[in-house]
Design a protein around this ligand. Structure first.
Ligand code: 5GP
Ligand code: MN
Length: 353
């Protein structure tokens, strides 16, 4: 990663000082990095005495409750409280967008965020940031996570001044959590700066064992029962080395699957030598949500952009599948499988790699 531009940190601190009300927004279906970075920033803003809150389109998974609870009442969810959530954005005079490269990633909050009258600051690690829409942009793709980027930004502020031990209560744990989930517990996107952050946070007393326990030893049994069935009977592998699994609504209700409980499934087929790219498609009310992971040299991002109206990172991306030119219909499972086979075949033979 590049060193943090101190001039940007100064501008950010001035904007924070000027602001009365601040909102912190992140992407739809918030993951550990989205919640970890948002809560980390909220803790910092609160330590400066600011009136700040986090706004989400939809609820975070229960597995991240141990971090999200740090925000107390200052976390508003559109699907639970639409009016209050949009009003909080409209009333704020400074908006931070974290772990997303454009307003549209906040889905139903996107338009209100874009139209909000105050300053706008982006802190993100995705490809292709929509930089023109923001007053201050911290964008770095050679980094594990937004949580790591925020860690180094906070370290460059006068309050923290390079000392992880001075991070406000809750921030260290939140940032360590976001970095841990986005690297899949140090398996991918790990840089020298990532280990440095982990090392400094450990030295400052962050309880990593408790984080690992909360994240990885607390699942409900049904997740593993579904995982077993998916791997045994439902994973398909195409001749071009694409593994894909479709979890339809029937499977979700059969195994009583909640948000976040299939996290990590998409990575599993990459353990097979011949698999070059893995896709997981999960049925939602009006679409199939798509997760893509690829081995080095193959661009999951490109595949997501080209065929699934999405994006992300080179090796980890996502998108959605909606049927029809007007994007109004949802395909059935057979059509989903046909589409995946057709487009991944095109992807590999059309030299999209
Ligand atoms: P996941 O598969 O874990 O949901 O997402 C992997 C990566 O792809 C994340 O960095 C996420 O932000 C990105 N991503 C997931 N869904 C979408 C999408 O619909 N649009 C875009 N632009 N990125 C996505
Ligand atoms: Mn992230």
């Amino acid at each position: 990663m590049q060193d943090i531009d101190r001039k940007l940190t100064v501008s950010m601190r001035e904007a924070v000082d000027r602001a009365e009300k601040i909102t912190v927004a992140t992407h739809l279906h918030p993951d550990g990095d989205a919640i970890g970075s948002s809560v980390g920033l909220l803790c910092y803003l609160k330590s400066l005495g600011k009136d700040a809150c986090i706004v989400l389109d939809d609820k975070y998974p229960e597995s991240l409750g141990f971090i999200a609870r740090r925000a107390g009442k200052d976390i508003l969810v559109y699907e639970e409280n639409p009016t209050e959530t949009l009003e909080a954005i409209s009333r704020s005079d400074l908006v931070f967008c974290l772990d997303m490269n454009s307003f549209t990633r906040a889905e139903r909050l996107g338009e209100t965020l874009r139209k909000s009258g105050g300053g706008k600051i982006l802190i993100d690690h995705h490809l292709h940031p929509d930089s023109g829409m923001f007053d201050i942009v911290f964008s770095e793709t050679e980094i594990s996570s937004t949580s790591e980027l925020l860690y180094y930004i906070l370290l460059s502020t006068p309050e923290i001044d390079g000392d992880a031990g001075k991070l406000p209560e809750g921030a260290a744990e939140a940032l360590m959590t976001g970095m841990t989930t986005d690297t899949n517990n140090f398996a991918n996107s790990v840089y020298p700066s990532t280990f440095r952050m982990a090392s400094e946070l450990l030295a400052a007393g962050t309880d990593r064992d408790a984080i690992i326990d909360a994240l990885y030893t607390n699942y409900r049994e049904n997740r593993f029962r579904l995982m077993g069935e998916m791997l045994k009977d439902r994973m398909k592998i195409t001749s071009s080395g694409v593994a894909y699994m479709v979890i339809d609504s029937g499977m979700k209700s059969l195994y009583d699957i909640r948000d976040g409980e299939t996290e990590g499934f998409v990575n599993l087929p990459l353990g097979i030598r011949k698999v070059r790219m893995s896709l997981l498609l999960k049925e939602e009310d009006d679409r199939f949500r798509v997760s893509i992971r690829s081995k080095k040299g193959i661009s999951a991002n490109r595949c997501a952009m080209e065929f699934f109206n999405g994006g992300g990172h080179e090796q980890a991306a996502g998108g959605r599948l909606i049927k029809g030119r007007d994007l109004s219909e949802k395909p059935d499972v057979r059509e989903v499988s046909e589409y995946v086979e057709m487009c991944t075949e095109k992807f590999f033979n059309g030299k999209y790699e």
